[in-house]
Design a protein around this ligand. Structure first.
Ligand code: FAD
Ligand code: DHB
Length: 389
C-alpha cells in the first residue's frame, strides 16, 4: 500500500490532519488500532476553543457543531462559599463551545469516508522503518502483516502509541510533572443545573460541573492518584459532588442515573522536538496537559493545522520552511497551554492537606482573578485560546 502521508491514530489529530490534507489534494491513509465504534464512543474532552471552532467551520465541519454545540460566554469560579463569573466574551470578544470530543471524531470520520478517504480501523501500527528516506509503517490488519509506504509519517497515536518510541534514545528531551491526584469523570442523565461551567475549589478537593446537552451533565471530582473506581459507588459520587458544589445559597445539583464513570490521572508532559527525520509527531503523542484548562483536544487540532499548511507548501512548491519550523512553532502554543493548565490546576485543586500556607495562597489567587479585570482577562484569553502565541 502506498500514500503520500501515512497517519498513525484516528483521534482528533490524525483525523483532522487527513481531512486538511485531502482539502489540499494530498493523499493520506489513517491507521487506527481500535474499532470505529470504539473511537466514536470514547468519552473525553468537551471544550472547543474559538480557534478550534473556526477550524472546523472553515473546513466544512460546522453544520452539526452549530446545531448541537453550546456556545458559552463565561465560566463560574466557586470558592469560599462564593460564586464569581469570569465574563470571557466581554473580556476577550471570543467564546468557547461545549461539544464532545467523540462528536468531533464522528464528524471527521463521516467527512473522510464521504470524500472517499481511507481509514483502516483495527489496524495496529507495530513498527516504523526507513524514516530517513522512504518511510514504511508496518501494521497488522485482518490477521495479516501489511506495509504502508509513504513520503512522511505523522504520529498522532497518543501517549501510548508506537511513533514517539521509534525515535532513538538521546534525540528527544522529555519535560514532565505528575500530580498526586486524578479526576473521576462521570456522565449523568441529569439536566444541567446551570448554563455555564463551574470550576469549584473546595477543601475536600476540586469539582467541575460541565454538560453535553440539555439532558446530560458531565461532572468531575478530584480524587487521589491511586483511587480505585470500585470504591466510588454512584451514591458516594453524588454525595461528594454535593459537598463540593452546593456551597452557595439557593443552588442544588440535579442528579440522575450515572451512565459512565472513569478515572484519569493528571500529568503535564512535553517531548521535544516534535519531529525526527520524516516522522512528525502531533497531539497527545508528544504533549499531555492536565485537563483543568481544557486544552488537550485543542492543542491536538492546532498542531495538525500547522502540519496541514506545511505539507501543502511542500507538495505545491517544494518549500521546506514550514515543515522545518513545525516543531518550533507548535511548541510555542504547547508551552503556553502547559503554563496555563499547570496554573489552573495549582489554583483549583487541593494540593496538600497539611499545607495551610498553600491553601491561603490559592484563596488569594482566586480572589485576585475574580476581582481584577486585568488578571481575569489573562485567564479568559488563555481559556478561549490565543489566536497567536
Ligand atoms: P488520541 O485521541 O488519544 O488519539 C490517538 C489514537 O491513536 C487513538 O485512537 C488510539 O487508539 C490510536 N493508536 C494508539 N496506538 C496506535 C497504534 N500503535 N496503531 C494505530 N493506532 C494507534 N482533555 C481535556 O481537555 N478534557 C478532558 O476531560 C479530557 N479527558 C481525557 C480523558 C482520557 C482518558 C484521556 C486519555 C484524555 C483526556 N483528555 C481530556 C485529553 C484529550 O482527550 C486529548 O488531548 C486528545 O484526545 C488528543 O487527541 P489525539 O488525537 O492527539 O490523541
Ligand atoms: C470538560 C473537560 C475539561 O477538562 C474542562 O476543563 C472543562 C470541561 C468537559 O468534559 O466538559
Amino acid at each position: 500500500m502506498r500514500t503520500q502521508v501515512g497517519i498513525v491514530g484516528a483521534g482528533p489529530a490524525g483525523l483532522m490532519l487527513s481531512h486538511l490534507l485531502h482539502r489540499h489534494g494530498i493523499s493520506s491513509v489513517v491507521l487506527e488500532s481500535r474499532s470505529r465504534e470504539y473511537v466514536e464512543h470514547r468519552l473525553r474532552a468537551g471544550v472547543l476553543e474559538q480557534g478550534s471552532v473556526d477550524l472546523l467551520r472553515d473546513t466544512g465541519l460546522g453544520a452539526r457543531l452549530d446545531r448541537e454545540g453550546m456556545r458559552h460566554e463565561g465560566i463560574e469560579l466557586r470558592f469560599d462559599g462564593e460564586s464569581h463569573r469570569v465574563p470571557m466574551t466581554e473580556l476577550t470578544g471570543r467564546a468557547i463551545t461545549v461539544y464532545g470530543q467523540q462528536e468531533v471524531v464522528k464528524d471527521l470520520i463521516a467527512a473522510r469516508l464521504d470524500a472517499g478517504g481511507t481509514i483502516l480501523f483495527e489496524a495496529r501500527a507495530d513498527r516504523l522503518s526507513d524514516l530517513d528516506t522512504a518511510p514504511v509503517i508496518h501494521f497488522r490488519h485482518q490477521g495479516r502483516d501489511e506495509e504502508l509506504h509513504c513520503d512522511f509519517v505523522v504520529g498522532c497515536d497518543g501517549y501510548h502509541g508506537v511513533s514517539r518510541p521509534t525515535v532513538p534514545d538521546g534525540v528527544l528531551t522529555t519535560y514532565e510533572r505528575t500530580y498526586p491526584f486524578a479526576w473521576l469523570g462521570v456522565l449523568a442523565a441529569a439536566p444541567p443545573a446551570v448554563e455555564e461551567l463551574i470550576y469549584a475549589h473546595h477543601q475536600r478537593g476540586f469539582a467541575l460541573y460541565s454538560m453535553r446537552s440539555p439532558q446530560i451533565s458531565r461532572l468531575y471530582l478530584q480524587v487521589p492518584a491511586d483511587a480505585d473506581i470500585a470504591d466510588w459507588p454512584d451514591e458516594r459520587i453524588w454525595a461528594e459532588l454535593r459537598t463540593r458544589l452546593e456551597t452557595v445559597p439557593d443552588w442544588t445539583l440535579n442528579e440522575g442515573p450515572i451512565l459512565e464513570k472513569s478515572i484519569t490521572p493528571l500529568r503535564s508532559l512535553v517531548v521535544e522536538p516534535m519531529q525526527w527525520q520524516r516522522l512528525y509527531l502531533a497531539g497527545d503523542a508528544v504533549h499531555i496537559v492536565p485537563p483543568t484548562g481544557a486544552k488537550g483536544m485543542n492543542l491536538a487540532l492546532a498542531d495538525v493545522a500547522l502540519l496541514g499548511d506545511a505539507f501543502a507548501a511542500w507538495y505545491a512548491d517544494g518549500r521546506t520552511d514550514l515543515l522545518d519550523g513545525y516543531s518550533r512553532t507548535a511548541l510555542r502554543r504547547v508551552w503556553r497551554a502547559q503554563q496555563f493548565s499547570w496554573w489552573m490546576t495549582s489554583m483549583l485543586h487541593q494540593l496538600d492537606a497539611d499545607d495551610p500556607y498553600a491553601a491561603k495562597l490559592q484563596s488569594a489567587t482566586l480572589r485576585y482573578v475574580t476581582t481584577s479585570p486585568a488578571y481575569a482577562t489573562s485567564l479568559a484569553e488563555n481559556y478561549v485560546g490565543l489566536p497567536e502565541v
